[in-house]
Each structure stands twice: as C-alpha cells, then as structure tokens.
Design a protein around this ligand. Structure first.
Ligand SMILES: [Zn+2]
Ligand SMILES: [Zn+2]
Length: 161
C-alpha cells in the first residue's frame, strides 16, 4: 500500500508520540511494555496505510514473539489516543496511518489493485469550509476518498492480456 506524502519524524514529534501515549495509557492504568514500544516505533517508521497484519509482519522481523493480538491492541490504542488514523477504504480491512508528522491529506483508492494515492488540494479544503459555513456547520474532521482505477489498472482493463 503506497503513500507519497513523506514522513519525517523530528525528535520533537517522537517526544510528542511518547508523551501522548504515556498519558493515555496512564489514565487507563495500562503499562508500557517493550513489545508495545517496539510496535509503536516500527509503525511510525512505516510510511503509508497498513493493516494490523502488515504491521505485525514488520514487527516480527525484530521480535518474532510479538503476537498479532498485541499489535491489534497497540494499533487500537494509537488510534484512540489520536496518534494514528484508522482508515477504512471499503474493502473491510482497517488500515492505520500515522497522524503525527504528516499533513492533512485525502485519498484516491484503486478498487482493482488497492493502490492508495494521497493528495492535498487547497481549493477542495477551502470549498469544504465554504460549504460548512453556508450550513452553519462546525466541522471537526473530514475525509475525502475517491474510488476508481489507477492508471496501470485502467490500461489492464482496456487491454486484457
Ligand atoms: Zn490499480
Ligand atoms: Zn494517507
């Protein structure tokens, strides 16, 4: 699953991740574990939109004893604490994406091969604000997802092998 908006984590952002997570877990009486820290580190090094299984596959390269359940719980924690976005691109698979170190962006999703293209468009953002204003609506978040075929898939559909 691709992602083109690059992730460059600054030390300040790393710090923010740690502090936010510590606070969130502290409030819930959860303890930070070695495995959990590893999962968090690995996830924030990955750039893109990943399922629990994909994060698990990468984590297992470093520690084969980490269970998929631990990854699942950790990704849920990251989403609940606002450090990650849980995305659902219509295939029933939840994918996680870092919410830190990345500007707001929207997605084009290929329904044939699953490629995810990220885009930012100031005009669309401004239009959304204008629509909300017109309806006296206060927007707290939004997501824009366009579904269709990526360029290679359009070609493949036009000229079946
Ligand atoms: Zn495609
Ligand atoms: Zn994205």
């Amino acid at each position: 699953m691709g992602g083109s908006v690059s992730v460059t984590m600054t030390p300040a952002q790393r710090n923010e991740i740690e502090k936010t997570l510590d606070r969130y877990m502290g409030e819930r009486g959860l303890k930070s574990t070695r495995q959990r820290s590893l999962i968090v580190d690995v996830f924030f090094e990955m750039d893109g939109h990943f399922s629990v299984e994909e994060v698990w596959g990468r984590v297992r390269q470093d520690n084969p004893r980490v269970s998929v359940a631990t990854v699942y719980r950790t990704m849920k924690l990251l989403a609940e604490s606002g450090l990650a976005h849980a995305r659902n691109f219509g295939d029933g698979q939840t994918r996680y994406e870092a919410a830190i170190g990345k500007d707001h962006h929207d997605h084009l999703i290929c329904t044939r091969c699953g490629t995810i293209i990220e885009f930012e468009n100031d005009q669309i953002e401004r239009l959304q604000d204008a629509v909300a204003r017109k309806h006296g609506f206060q927007v707290t978040s939004h997501k824009m997802e366009l579904y269709g075929l990526c360029r290679p898939c359009q070609r493949a559909v036009e000229q079946p092998a």
